[in-house]
Write a protein that binds this ligand. Structure first.
Ligand code: PLP
Length: 466
């Protein structure tokens, strides 16, 4: 007699509550442990190379092993003391929702297989459409801001030529061109390459000395391009640049787009979180006229990566961008995500934001924003007192600055701050200057953390001028 095949199994503690507690312990280190990686990259690679995959180990042990590698090898970017980039601390309600989505693993690409999950997700995306005054619009979750921007660009191409769907960029008699500021997020270059437009289709409009698009130059560039035989099809304004948190002149961009009758996109990946704060909507003024808007829930809305959102005012343009017919998919409702979005198999990303809005709510988000604006205000006031020169006038909690007194190089200062390990901040180019960059994006950050940041900056400078 043939023996039945062995059952799928593995060893180790299986009490899910204990395992979750073990994972949750990672939060403790985000309050006050060093932010910079403990190991050098070489040490990290050595530790990882030593792992023997031919000998499985118990689950709880493997979890500890993985955590230990990340604990010592990674930058603690979700820490209260990490002021670089727009990476948030993932809030527990969103993480709990995400674990639930992992375990239940609903396939939301077809509505009929997960009607509850799909309806929940659409409830959140519809809410976002209403906040953007896109009553007849549509929105869906994406892997992040880059995919959201790509979807906007595809919608703009379809609007510019209905033949794009069938013939791609060959549908255009003249080469298409899109306009973004030189300080925009350069995912646009990747997107132009991937969509067959080519990187040269991206026109980088110079900024006006303040990190915002120079809209006079925008108008001139469009006019020149039309003269030389190009087909302008889209203006993408950035609302909260990645480098310095600057907002392009939205009304002027909109006026030019309307005049040219071309697509007006707003990339508000980080700043658009403020649509959940009624008291700060004026900061986003103009966004309510955009043809499409990019939002990253995984930035200022404190959910885990990657969760972006694209909102489209007129769903008809992009309606056929992703449509296909197959025999192996169940008959759908015509709106199934696999034919209306870029992804096929789909994670229930909306649950992360659903959970945040159920548990934290708009009031909780407002509280977090209040805290971030207050911390940034404190830093803005105290950096000059400590001898630093602030270089941007962002209305958002992003500050770029440098050392004007001793002429120290910004990257050298950032490296020294990192070597000290306690806090972390970035270094970017802003208006032809290399500057230090900080933003507040973690809900864990407190006054004590920004005070530490300022004193660490002073200490790094003192070491360097010795
Ligand atoms: C982060 C960011 C992006 C890219 O988003 P991902 O989620 O990293 O793909 C695009 N635009 C702006 C303004 C951003 O800040």
């Amino acid at each position: 007699m043939q023996k039945p095949p062995a059952k799928f199994s593995y060893s180790g503690k299986k009490d899910i509550g204990e395992l979750i507690a073990q994972i949750g312990n990672a939060y403790a280190g985000m309050l006050n442990r060093p932010v910079a990686p403990v190991w050098s990259l070489e040490e990290t690679k050595r530790h990882i190379a030593a792992i023997d995959f031919s000998r499985p180990i118990p689950l709880d042990q493997a979890l500890r092993e993985a955590e230990n590698l990340m604990e010592n090898g990674d930058l603690r970017s979700a820490s209260a003391r990490c002021f670089g980039y727009f990476n948030p601390t993932s809030a527990w309600p969103a993480v709990a929702g995400d674990i639930l989505a992992s375990v239940r693993n609903p396939q939301i690409c077809v509505t009929s297989h997960a009607p509850a999950s799909v309806t929940m997700e659409r409830t959140i995306s519809d809410m976002i459409c209403r906040k953007l005054q896109m009553q007849n619009g549509t929105a869906h979750f994406t892997s992040g801001g880059s995919e959201a921007n790509e979807t906007a660009l595809l919608a703009a191409l379809c609007r510019a030529s209905s033949d794009y769907i069938e013939h791609g960029v060959r549908a255009f008699d003249l080469p298409p061109a899109l306009y973004v500021s030189a300080d925009s997020h350069l995912a646009w270059i990747k997107i132009a390459k991937a969509t067959g437009l080519g990187a040269a289709a991206v026109r980088l409009v110079p900024t006006s000395g303040d990190g915002r698009m120079d809209t006079h130059k925008l108008a001139t560039m469009i006019a020149d391009d039309k003269q030389s035989g190009f087909h302008p099809f889209m203006i993408a304004a950035t609302c909260g640049t990645t480098g310095a948190g600057m907002i392009d002149p939205m009304q002027a961009c909109l006026d030019i787009a309307m005049h040219e009758n071309i697509h007006f996109h707003v990339d508000a990946a980080w700043a658009e979180a403020l649509i959940f704060d009624k008291t700060r909507l004026d900061l986003l003024a103009g966004i309510e006229h955009a043809d499409s808007v990019t939002i990253d829930a995984h930035k200022w809305l404190s959910v885990p990566m990657g969760a972006g959102i694209i909102a489209l005012r007129d769903p008809s343009y992009a309606a056929n961008v992703f449509s296909v017919q197959t025999s192996y998919m169940p008959e759908g409702d015509g709106h199934d995500f696999y034919i209306t979005t870029n992804q096929w198999s789909r994670r229930f990303l909306g649950l992360r934001l659903w959970m945040m809005l159920r548990v934290v709510g708009e009031a909780g988000y407002k509280q977090m924003f209040d805290q971030h604006f207050a911390l940034a205000k404190y830093v803005r006031e105290h950096l000059p007192e400590n001898g630093w020169t602030i270089r941007n006038a962002s209305t958002l909690p992003v500050i770029v600055f440098d050392d004007d007194r001793y002429g120290l190089d910004s990257q050298t200062i950032a490296d020294e701050v990192e070597r000290r390990g306690q806090v972390w901040l970035g270094c970017v180019d802003f208006e032809r200057r290399s500057v230090l960059r900080l933003c507040t994006t973690s809900f864990l950050s407190t006054q004590a953390d920004v005070e530490l940041l300022i004193s660490e900056l002073s200490a790094a400078r003192d070491t360097l001028i010795k």
